[in-house]
Design a protein around this ligand. Structure first.
Ligand code: HSE
Length: 331
């Protein structure tokens, strides 16, 4: 078994990392739960036992084989040298190292082979990108992807447990006719949507949108891939959805795409016109697989190289905790 540490164990993703290690029966010899001083001394259950949460210090990683980090970019940057020095492999959920040349950025269903290039750090991608690529990568392998145009419908959980809490509390406040006071989000999220996520860059795109561009190029090994997107926060609790317009080098029919998605790992075809059953965030919640459907030919083109698809995936699982544990399984 492995000595595993979870850094940021009390956050929305950290809690799910611990649960996923248990559910997938990861061979854990010893589990260290690390958090800020505020949570130290509390306990969390793992395989029926209480594990005491420790305050994370630079010395916490002695004897650790695998460190799952979900503690924010600044903390990841601060701790990286101590984790690597101790001989542990750091699987980091922040955006701190994702675009570094010496750090593989990995979704196992997409580019598992990149893991072996690691020098102590492996990055977990942005959730929206991970969910998108699980569905898009098998289509790319068959037909050669040229361009993605995406609109996202991102859940409150993308802003952590405080985002989910704010959505619930705010919905009640609005129904009770009280004033709302947005903190986790830039504007009221209950009964609304916000058409921007994270900070803006000079070109009018947001950081979240540019992550989808840059991380997709890196993971698909397609430096020329064209990606444009609009990332939108909606009042859903924890699964992200995305409407994707895809352009390929070769012709692709919806029937071919359905067969490819059906055979692909990590993705489940939900595309049933008879029952009007398509991917929805409530159905994707707490599922390992990303749901994919609404597959149709893009009729704006006069060729067969365009497809429209819709995906929904649990943002905390495939978008974060599950993907990190899957990377650990491949080590
Ligand atoms: N940035 C994402 C969001 C979360 O805000 O939805 C995880 O990548």
């Amino acid at each position: 078994g492995f000595n595993v540490a979870v850094a940021g164990a009390t956050g929305a993703v950290g809690v799910e990392m611990v649960k996923t290690l248990e559910k997938r029966n990861f061979p854990v010899k010893n589990l260290k739960l690390l958090a800020s001083a505020r949570s130290a001394g509390k306990t969390m259950k793992f395989k029926g036992e209480d594990v005491v949460i420790e305050e994370m210090t630079h010395d916490s990683f002695k004897g650790v084989d695998i460190a799952l980090f979900s503690a924010g970019g600044d903390i990841s940057r601060e701790y990286r040298p101590f984790v690597v020095e101790s001989g542990a492999v750091m699987i980091d959920n922040s955006s701190a190292f994702r675009m570094d040349d010496d750090v593989p950025l990995v979704v196992p269903e997409v580019n598992a082979e990149d893991i072996k290039l690691h020098k102590g750090v492996i990055a977990n991608p942005n959730c929206t990108t991970a969910i998108m690529l699980v569905a898009v990568a098998p289509l790319h392998r068959a037909k050669g992807l040229r361009r993605i145009v995406a609109a996202t419908y991102q859940a409150a959980s993308g802003a952590g447990a405080k985002g989910m809490h704010e959505l619930i509390v705010q919905a009640r406040e609005v129904l009770d006719g009280k004033a709302v006071n947005p903190v986790a989000f830039a504007h009221q999220i209950a009964f609304n949507l916000i058409p921007h996520i994270d900070a803006f860059k000079e070109n009018g795109y947001t950081k979240e949108e540019l992550k989808m561009l840059n991380e997709s190029r890196k993971m698909l090994h397609l430096p020329e891939l064209l990606v444009s997107c609009t990332c939108v926060r909606i009042p859903v609790l924890r699964a992200h959805s995305e409407a994707l317009n895809l352009e390929f080098e070769n012709d692709i029919t919806p029937e071919e795409a359905r067969a490819i998605i059906e055979a692909a790992p990590g993705v489940q075809l939900v595309d049933d016109p008879a029952d009007k059953r398509y991917p929805m965030p409530l159905d994707a919640t707490e599922k390992y697989d990303v749901l994919c459907g609404r597959i149709r030919q893009d009729i704006s083109r006069n060729d067969k190289r365009g497809l429209d698809i819709f995906v929904s995936g649990d943002q905390v699982l495939k978008g974060a905790a599950l993907n990190a544990v899957q990377i650990a399984e491949l080590l």
